[in-house]
Ligand binder design. Structure first.
Ligand code: GDD
Ligand code: MG
Length: 384
């Protein structure tokens, strides 16, 4: 956890973000996560594990490390799993308020729906970005610029899947365009999905109607000279596609993003939980993270970065190469898994070969000796 940094406003009041009091945050986590299916057929994107911990838990830890003590979760798709897991947030140390939409209201509509909790400068997060962007520095920038909204911006190679900003020397956003064609992108600086928003902006959002910051709010604010971009080169990834989800896991296990994971940053090749039985001749080339109560039998080879959840059983002479296994996965003798994601309660039969980019949903059985070709998806509850 980084040391608290005191940020002082012009009027001498100390700011709330770093001092642990009241800055509120809204986390947008109500999307359907269709691009991540089959991983998100039975669980919301916020609950998919990154390095064996639900994504939202990393996120709340990140907020807490800045002294944020209260977060409003704007939920829609499968909200009960998130509520059941986090409760009122006591365990994590961030007080949680749940705001549920009967139907999706869009990114801005979801925040408007939580308006009653928001009366001062607040933070909004897309609930699917894994990052260690410095929120304290962003807040300082926001106060200096006197913007109504400050967006965190990060550089990417291909901006066409994101909101793109064109900024001037002061950071003012001259133009904001959501998902432009690659040849129409004004820069490679994209919306990182983190906003500091003055409550006055809520007046620009209609109540009870679908509305998006990216299309309905930011362009108007930009035209009025009130939208600024805080540029960061910190770690940032949107976990919302299978390839990015796998990369986020690799980066988390390898310690490329500051998550405070046990051992990850100290470069240990193997981080294993409690009550694991790992055969002496199993060959583990790190970084590999293994949960509690796992068994890895003789002759198996595991190449990192790989994450293996709790209660997994890996048979003899299995090869697992840069993969992600959720909880309670059984991999029988001689199976080979490369660059794939295997969800919970799944059995991979003896001798199965699974090539790059395969995604196997929850509660699946893959029969022995099957060859699962590159990029195949197996839906939950199947025997195949
Ligand atoms: N509550 C609620 N209601 N949440 C929503 C809704 C909604 O109607 N729609 C989307 N969300 C949540 C999603 O769950 C996700 O956490 C976040 O808002 C962003 O939605 P995505 O569907 O993942 O958007 P995107 O990745 O295509 O684009 C957005 O994120 C990019 C950065 O990752 C945009 O904000 C882009 O401008 C941005 O660059
Ligand atoms: Mg996204």
């Amino acid at each position: 956890m980084r040391p608290p940094r005191k940020v002082t406003r012009k009027n001498g009041e100390s700011d709330k973000l770093e001092t642990g009091s009241e800055m509120k945050s809204v986390i947008l986590a109500g999307g359907q996560a269709t691009r991540l299916r089959p991983l998100t057929c039975l669980r919301p994107k916020a609950m998919v594990p990154i390095a064996n911990t639900p994504f939202m838990e990393h996120f709340l830890n990140y907020l807490r490390s800045y002294g944020v003590t209260e977060a409003i979760l704007a939920l829609g798709h499968l909200p009960d799993q998130i509520r059941d897991y986090f409760g009122n947030g006591d365990r994590i140390g961030v007080r949680l308020i749940v705001s549920i939409e009967d139907r999706p209201l869009g990114t801005a509509g979801a925040v408007k729906n939580a308006e009653r909790y928001l009366d001062d400068l607040f933070l909004v997060f897309n609930g699917d970005v894994l990052t260690d962007i410095d929120l304290g520095a962003m807040l300082e920038f926001h106060h200096r610029s006197r913007a109504l909204v400050t967006i965190a911006l990060v550089p990417v190679e291909d901006p066409s899947a994101y909101g793109v900003a064109d900024i001037d020397d002061t950071g003012m956003i001259r133009q904001f365009i959501e998902k432009p064609p690659r040849d129409k992108a004004l820069s490679n600086l994209i919306n990182a999905g983190i906003y500091l928003i003055s409550p006055d902006v809520l007046k620009r959002i209609p109540s009870g109607a679908f509305s998006m910051f990216e299309k309905d709010v930011f362009p108007g604010l930009s035209a009025a000279g009130k939208l600024y971009g805080y540029c960061s080169t910190a770690y940032w990834i949107d976990i919302g596609t299978p390839a990015k989800y796998l990369t986020a896991n690799h980066d988390a296990v390898a310690g490329r993003v500051k998550l405070g994971l046990r051992g990850a940053l100290s470069g240990q090749p193997l981080i294993a939980g409690t009550e694991c039985r790992i055969a002496q001749d199993a060959e583990i080339t790190g970084p590999v993270m293994i949960g509690n109560k796992c068994v890895i039998a003789s002759g198996s080879r595991i190449n990192g970065p790989t994450a293996i959840g709790d209660s997994c059983r890996i048979g003899r002479n299995v090869v697992i190469d840069q993969a992600v296994l959720w909880d309670n996965v059984t991999v029988e003798d001689g199976a080979v898994l490369r660059h794939c994601v295997i969800c919970s309660n799944t059995t991979i039969g003896t001798g199965v070969k699974m090539l790059d980019g395969c995604l196997v949903g929850e509660n699946v059985t893959v029969k022995k000796d099957s060859l699962i070709d590159r990029g195949c998806c197996i839906w939950p509850d199947r025997v195949t």
